[in-house]
Design a protein. Structure first.
Length: 318
């Protein structure tokens, strides 16, 4: 959030008609002539301007928030705050020592698993060849035993066993075929786990280098440290997905002012305001009150004062 001090003046115009008639002879007497004459005053219509000054800060309507990597970690580099960056510019760098080690370990484990996978493929080839031959043999046995059963040389029990052996050989062959296809096309579950582990390690390493997704002005986020809070800085350790930098869109801004709850009734939605920024003392910005907050909180600029935040939409420059 961009914080700049400024003053906002809200003009409230009240129309008052004042009529004054004085008839007192004791106060107003014509001295030159010695005669008592009534004194008359002309009633005029004018403006009473009630001026309300307030301090506040600027807030962008849109802002891109940059969060820490999913693993979090220690910040080793931050682009200076206030830098205007383009898409792809380096924003932050996190400690990569452990992440690089994790990538190297994952690569070693994958190479080791590939050697084991080659052995599993050769065994799968042998198994599918063996089960195919057994299946073919049981089919031949069944075809041979049928005439012998008819001639009475073999019993029905022998036929039953031949059918059972054919069924079992078929099941073994289908299992071997399934394993063979898995190893040849997808790879074993062990190999897939090793590949996934390497992808995850490489992704974590890539996330340690954070680049700008769009152009914008670099603004540091507030983080909490043990016993304190403040803007992020190199050396801080942050949690996963914690906000570290924001890139506000400066093309359209809101003004957030603090108005004492005592003076809140003087501000109304739709009122025009004049805005002055410390950074541009010679320019006057024109705005309009768009929202009066409902939550009473402690003032940032006036300790001990209870305030309500009011949003002002900046429209133009005078």
């Amino acid at each position: 959030m961009i914080k700049k001090r400024f003053k906002v003046s809200i003009a409230i115009v009240a129309f008052v008609v004042v009529s004054i008639f004085v008839f007192s002879k004791s106060r107003f007497t014509a001295k030159k002539t010695g005669e008592d004459k009534p004194v008359y005053a002309t009633a005029k219509k004018g403006d009473i301007i009630i001026r309300l000054d307030a301090k506040g800060r600027l807030k962008p309507l849109k802002s891109t928030v940059i969060t820490a990597p999913r693993r979090g970690g220690k910040v080793t580099y931050l682009i200076p705050e206030g830098t205007y960056v383009k898409k792809g510019d380096l924003l932050a760098q996190f400690d990569k020592v452990d992440l690089e080690k994790a990538v190297n370990d994952a690569k070693f484990n994958l190479e080791e698993e590939l050697i084991k996978e080659d052995t599993r493929k050769r065994e799968s080839d042998k198994k599918i060849t063996k089960t195919r031959l057994i299946l073919q043999g049981t089919r031949d046995s069944l075809r041979k035993i049928l005439p012998e059963v008819i001639d009475g040389k073999k019993t029905a029990k022998d036929l039953q066993w031949a059918k059972y052996n054919l069924k079992e050989a078929g099941i073994n062959y289908e299992e071997a075929k399934k394993a063979y296809e898995q190893y040849q096309i997808k790879g074993s579950p062990q190999l897939r786990r090793r590949r996934d582990a390497l992808k995850k390690a490489e992704r974590n390493l890539a996330e340690a280098t954070m680049r700008s997704p769009s152009q914008g002005l670099v603004v540091y986020e507030i983080i909490y440290r043990p016993g304190s809070r403040g803007k992020i800085k190199p050396g801080d350790t942050v949690w996963r997905r914690q906000s570290i930098i924001s890139l506000p869109d400066l093309s359209k801004m809101l003004v957030i002012v603090e108005i004492s709850e005592v003076d809140l009734s003087k501000a109304r939605n739709g009122q025009k305001c004049t805005i002055k920024l410390d950074a541009y003392p010679d320019k006057i910005f024109i705005g309009k009150v768009t929202n009066k907050g409902n939550l009473v909180k402690n003032s940032v600029f006036l300790p001990g004062v209870k305030i309500v935040e009011v949003e002002i939409d900046r429209k133009s420059v005078v």
